[in-house]
Write a protein that binds this ligand. Sequence first.
Ligand code: UGA
Length: 434
Amino acid sequence: MKLAVVGTGYVGLVTGTCFAETGNQVTCVDIDERKVEKLNNGIIPIYEPGLDVLFHRNVEEGRLKFTTDLVEGIKGAEVIFLALPTPPGEDGSADLKYILKVASDLGPILNQYVVVVDKSTVPVGTAEKVHAHIADNAKVEFDVVSNPEFLREGVAVEDFMKPDRVVIGTRSERAKGVMNRLYAPLVRQGNPVIFMDERSAEMTKYAANAFLATKITFMNEIANLCERVGANVDDIRRGIGTDSRIGKRFLFAGIGYGGSCFPKDVQALAKTAQDYQYDFKVLKSVMQVNYSQKTKLIPQIVEHFDGNLRGKTIAVWGLAFKPYTDDIREAPALDNIKALLEAGAKVTAYDPEAMENVRNILGNQITYAHTSYAALDDADALVIMTEWPLFRTPDFDKMNLLLKNKVIFDGRNVYEVDQMRELGYTYYSIGREA
Ligand code: UGA
């Protein structure tokens, strides 16, 4: 099939590349000339494991193209995906200006039946708005479908190629046929394509992210209570996760969820509830708890150093909001670094992928180490903010020689408490005994 993808961010680029991989002819359109030039020169602007191999193969074999020209990009396309940003506005609601602008631009240039697909996470009612904006100037028939994306950064390609399910919101039989054909190669193992109306599909995406954010937050609160009652949150996780109704995944306590999706989507769903005069109490608590959870180690760090961090150097391992990404949007590490700097500490940080992005924000307010060990040199304590696998099995002998004190504040429960005790560390973690 011939497809167009408008917007080449994480979602757009993965969608375009993966659909090219299943044999489609894909043109990706973006208004950012520099980005398109880079992509045409074989440079992928994001770090996403596994994307490069698929990207280069499909570009070389002529199935994946990039342009800034919308007219050229959508020529002959049976499906046009909209994968555009929906940043939170001042009041927390998702800002639809990019999507609706493209919808208006599409109307006059469509010249055959096409399915326009909302792939971005958009508030309930957006498909109707997109339809109205296209219809204003359209001379041909078209359908607007809501097809939310459930991929996770870091495993986006795998999530896309082997989806647990595909949700498609449309009441048009013609559009259903097109979407079924497109997704058939990805659901061969029998994973369902679930059809529903547009509004329910839009709501499904928010419900999924809000539920997962709530699951994490619930465990974070259990962890906070574990610290007080003297229980171990890892045991609780194993104890409850084996109940199939609860499930093993997304029960890891830590310094809160971050990233570009959970915080934004929880906020946007809360705003939707407010717009419809519904008091969504659970969601409000989730936001509050996550906000305080992010910097929960700071008081412990300050107290450990007798209330004074002036002149102390703190090594920070991990800057990205989670492993296998260079994304630092809403990353707890940033809040913690800011708090440490405000308290008068010096910070030396290391992250395998995200240092350039942090440098663009914090500049020379902190020191950037070339390796995880270099960050420890002469540091008074180590703080772990992201659970990169590299940090799980370090050479402790080497660490002992570099760190001034054997003190670790672990925001991701990377080590076992007993192991740290045996190694002689003062070890603070989340939901476990100090
Ligand atoms: C999330 C969803 O998982 C995807 O299904 C969805 O498509 C995506 O948002 C989106 O809306 O685009 P992502 O933000 O890439 O994906 O990251 P996750 O792997 O879900 O992690 C989110 C946050 O939760 C991270 O900060 C992570 O550290 C935290 N987390 C995750 C925990 O604190 N504990 C856990 O047990 C799991």
